[in-house]
Design a protein around this ligand. Structure first.
Ligand code: C2E
Ligand code: MG
Ligand code: MG
Ligand code: MG
Length: 290
């Protein structure tokens, strides 16, 4: 009868809430351990972005990976959000920046000129300590702000309003390249876009993955490209999975592309092999790789 059905539903509901709660708790507990103890469970991978006119690597995006001894591989989309709410994001970002800058120093020593893009969360952009630390670490390694691109999601920018705007101005003045990540998912108004002191728009991959076949996505991407041209912003398309999409973007004047068709995100050593073998590396640098 209905009473029994309701009761069963309630039990299932409670169980699913409990499961979610327990998973969050496990992620928080394990992440704390991974950040502080020498477990080697965290690592960085790098995904190349190519300029669609020169067809050469202009930047690599630094993406975190976490392979935990009990939870297995936990995707960043899941644990970054949990880290933000648990007050752990500052530690995560510190770890990411430290690793990435060391690797960037190595890229420079190898003769590579591409920038490295680092993802920041909304709490990072509200925290001046993050940028003091970043600048100190850059100068300790003989690197500068112009070596770095900072990716901030559209929704984080919108959530933080006027304060984010001032932060972006400061960061630009310091010489960082700024990108709005996941563009198209956060409902920016046109007037907002006009005022934003950023260099690049990264079109969210959800609009790019099916670009070669989906006419709605084609119209959307085309509109974003004309909008960006109007405001003199460069566009980076993420999620380029096939040659057809790459050609469409190229034809429509999109400046930069990133996606599995070019390369998946790779650990440092694999990236070096990829850079040695690919036509996307300038010829004069390939020789330095042996
Ligand atoms: P994002 O910054 O938008 O990064 C792009 C995501 O798209 C990456 O997922 C990348 O692996 C994936 N991707 C790139 N090309 C393709 C493609 O052709 N096809 C498909 N299906 N996917 C593609 P990933 O590495 O799982 O990262 C997910 C999100 O987690 C990132 O989205 C970013 O918001 C966050 N994240 C990753 N690393 C960090 C980090 O170090 N710090 C912070 N704060 N967030 C990070
Ligand atoms: Mg990103
Ligand atoms: Mg993105
Ligand atoms: Mg994303």
């Amino acid at each position: 009868d209905e009473a029994t059905r309701n009761e069963r539903w309630l039990v299932t509901y409670k169980e699913s809430i409990e499961a979610k709660y327990l998973r969050r708790l496990a992620i928080i507990t394990e992440l704390k351990q991974s950040l502080t103890a020498e477990r080697n469970e965290l690592s960085m991978v790098y995904q190349p972005k190519i300029n669609l006119q020169t067809m050469q690597v202009v930047s690599v995006e630094a993406l975190i990976r976490w392979d935990n001894h009990t939870l297995g591989k936990v995707p960043p989309d899941e644990f970054i959000q949990i880290a933000e709410r648990a007050g752990l994001i500052d530690q995560v970002t510190h770890w990411v920046v430290t690793q990435t800058l060391q690797h960037l120093r190595y890229f420079r020593d190898m003769g590579f000129a591409f920038t490295v893009a680092i993802n920041l969360s909304s709490q990072d952009i509200q925290n001046p300590v993050v940028f003091e630390r970043l600048n100190r670490q850059l100068s300790e390694l003989g690197l500068s702000a112009s070596d770095i691109e900072l990716e901030i999601t559209e929704s984080d920018l919108l959530a933080d309003g006027p304060h984010a705007f001032q932060t972006l101005l400061n960061l630009k003045a310091q010489g960082f390249t700024l990108a709005i990540d996941d563009f198209g998912t956060g409902y920016s108004s046109l007037s907002y876009l006009k005022k934003l002191p950023v260099d690049n728009l990264k079109i969210d991959k959800s609009f790019v993955l099916k670009l070669s076949t989906d006419t709605d996505d084609q119209r959307l991407v085309h509109t974003i490209l004309s909008l960006a041209a109007m405001f003199e912003l460069n566009v980076v398309a993420e999620g380029v999975e096939d040659e057809a999409a790459l050609h469409i973007l190229q034809e429509w004047g999109c400046q930069v592309a990133q996606g599995y068709f070019i390369s998946k995100p790779l650990p440092l050593q694999e990236l070096l092999v990829w850079l040695r073998d690919t036509a996307y590396t300038p010829k004069n640098i390939g020789t330095a790789l042996g």
